[in-house]
Design a protein. Structure first.
Length: 296
């Protein structure tokens, strides 16, 4: 029963990783940019939600749409001021630019809010700790179930948006070949700006998940970026459902590591990530040889 409980908790934890990784995966799939400021943007969204709930007294269901709108506007500005100019300078410059942006955001948040930890759990009623029992030994948290449902709805909704809406199909076409879509009158820069707005807006949902599940500080972004990056790599860069699967596998690996040893949570997750990364970097003939060697 302990093993089943750890696996279930790993699934729920992985759903949270998928929430914070969706924006990173989508932005890479469209602009081919690994946004190193992603974790800091998730933390920024969490602080905006905290301001709306604590200072303005808004319930979180009302604060979330406002934060999504603010983050979408920030995404538009981020593309025009940073990403568009960086992309013209080569593939390495966006990495350096977003790394610098992360440092600036972290320090601005520190100067504004200080080093105290914050949480959104006090503004969510009993959601953060409410649960129901499946049996005498196993309970499921309402927040965990809500996180899992939110991950499916976000990634599934985004998949439907990309496949069945005009803007979504335009984003996919522009990501595939921006020069060709320019020949039929589509401005790739405008499409990229809208894609950036959508990606950064999704970070607000990750910020809500962060604030409800744990405490956060201005310097929590690096940890969120690491977990999101690992989930995206395990699931495959640019694959939305792969991001969900990668997050769940990462969460299960971490929880199984914690079951084996109290200090095994992080090493197990990082070790699993490294194994997947090595497997992805191996040439296909080497992978075939490994599979044959593993067969009885």
């Amino acid at each position: 029963m302990a093993l089943l409980a750890q696996i279930l908790q790993g699934v729920f934890l992985g759903a949270y990783y998928a929430l914070i990784a969706a924006s990173l995966s989508f932005l890479f799939g469209v602009l081919r940019i690994i946004n190193l400021a992603h974790g800091s943007l998730v933390v920024l969204a969490a602080f905006l939600l905290f301001l709306a709930a604590d200072r303005a007294g808004l319930p979180l269901p009302f604060a979330l749409p406002l934060t999504v709108a603010v983050m979408a506007a920030l995404g538009q500005a981020l593309y025009h001021l940073v990403l568009a100019r960086s992309l013209r300078a080569g593939p390495l410059v966006p990495l350096l630019s977003t790394f610098g942006l992360a440092i600036v955001l972290d320090n601005l948040l520190f100067e504004t809010f200080g080093a105290d930890t914050r949480s959104l759990a006090p503004y969510a009623g009993d959601l953060a700790y409410a649960s129901f029992a499946l049996n005498d030994d196993l309970s499921l948290g309402e927040l965990d179930l809500l996180t899992l449902a939110a991950a499916f709805l976000l990634l599934g909704g985004l998949q439907l948006f990309l496949r069945h809406t005009r803007l979504g199909r335009t984003i996919r076409a522009t990501a595939a070949d921006p020069e060709v879509v320019g020949l039929i009158g589509i401005d790739a820069r405008r499409v990229y700006a809208w894609a950036s707005a959508l990606a950064i807006a999704m970070a607000a949902i990750g910020g809500l998940g962060l604030g409800l599940r744990a405490t956060f500080t201005p310097y929590s972004g690096a940890t969120q970026l690491l977990f999101a990056f690992e989930a995206v790599v395990i699931g495959g860069f640019g694959s939305l459902w792969g991001t969900l699967g990668g997050g769940i596998l990462l969460g299960i690996a971490q929880n199984l590591g914690a079951l084996l040893s109290p200090q095994g949570f992080l090493p197990a997750g990082h070790g699993f990530f490294l194994l997947v990364l090595i497997a992805r970097l191996l040439p296909r003939p080497a992978l075939r040889r490994l599979r044959r060697a593993a067969l009885p």
